[in-house]
Design a protein around this ligand. Structure first.
Ligand SMILES: CC(C)(COP(=O)(O)OP(=O)(O)OC[C@H]1O[C@@H](n2cnc3c(N)ncnc32)[C@H](O)[C@@H]1OP(=O)(O)O)[C@@H](O)C(=O)NCCC(=O)NCCS
Length: 172
């Protein structure tokens, strides 16, 4: 089983990040300049999941706005999918939200992106709306997904279960 540690995204991460970004999103991927701006942005927080041999397997970005965290980007290298990389990144995002007293997480996802929708649902996110024609390249709708209040007793129970099942994937 592969294990991963979480590291802050830095300018030195960007060669590997850009390779994954292009593989994950094709021609509609973010530019290197977008990541540079995000790393500099005070409200944003970008992390990478790094393998034991030091390779970046995936990354995730958050904007923290008052008591909400907006997931801005999440991608995993196609050769290392279905190994729990995204779960490790999302669990880390929850840990950071708990530490920063952020109550809700939210994101937009393409209605056709079943893998990502399954992932977010397994973390208890629910679809609470649709942004019509949100994606300009093909006019696809976006689902707007939200967590419940992560400080609720109900969510804390879910978080403990997630931590138990995902914990073995995290490099200590
Ligand atoms: C979505 C994505 C980030 C998932 O990354 P991953 O590391 O493979 O995901 P994990 O291995 O942590 O899987 C977590 C859960 O997601 C769901 N999932 C992931 N891939 C799936 C697939 N191909 N089919 C169905 N469910 C899937 C499952 O619920 C899975 O849990 P399980 O393996 O216990 O069944 C990855 O497929 C990706 O980078 N896609 C392209 C970019 C993208 O769409 N990003 C999301 C934008 S909102």
């Amino acid at each position: 089983m592969d294990k991963f540690r979480i590291e802050k995204m830095t300018l030195a991460s960007l060669d590997e990040v850009m390779e994954i970004e292009a593989l994950a999103y094709g021609q509609h991927h973010w530019s290197r300049d977008s990541f540079v701006a995000e790393i500099d942005n005070k409200i944003s927080n970008y992390n990478c999941a790094v393998s034991e041999n030091g390779e970046i397997r995936g990354y995730m970005g958050l904007w923290k706005i008052i008591d909400e965290a907006h997931i801005t980007n999440l991608a995993v290298h196609p050769s290392y999918r279905r190994k729990g990389v995204a779960k490790v990144l999302l669990l880390n995002a929850l840990d950071e939200c708990y530490a920063d007293k952020i109550k809700y997480l939210t994101l937009e996802v393409r209605v056709s992106n079943a893998s990502a929708i399954n992932l977010y649902e397994s973390f208890g996110f629910r679809s609470l709306g649709v942004r019509k024609k949100y994606y300009q390249n093909n006019n696809e709708d976006a689902l707007i997904m939200w967590s419940e209040n992560i400080f609720s007793e109900n969510y804390k129970k879910r978080y403990e279960k997630l931590k138990e099942s995902i914990g073995e994937l995290i490099l200590k």
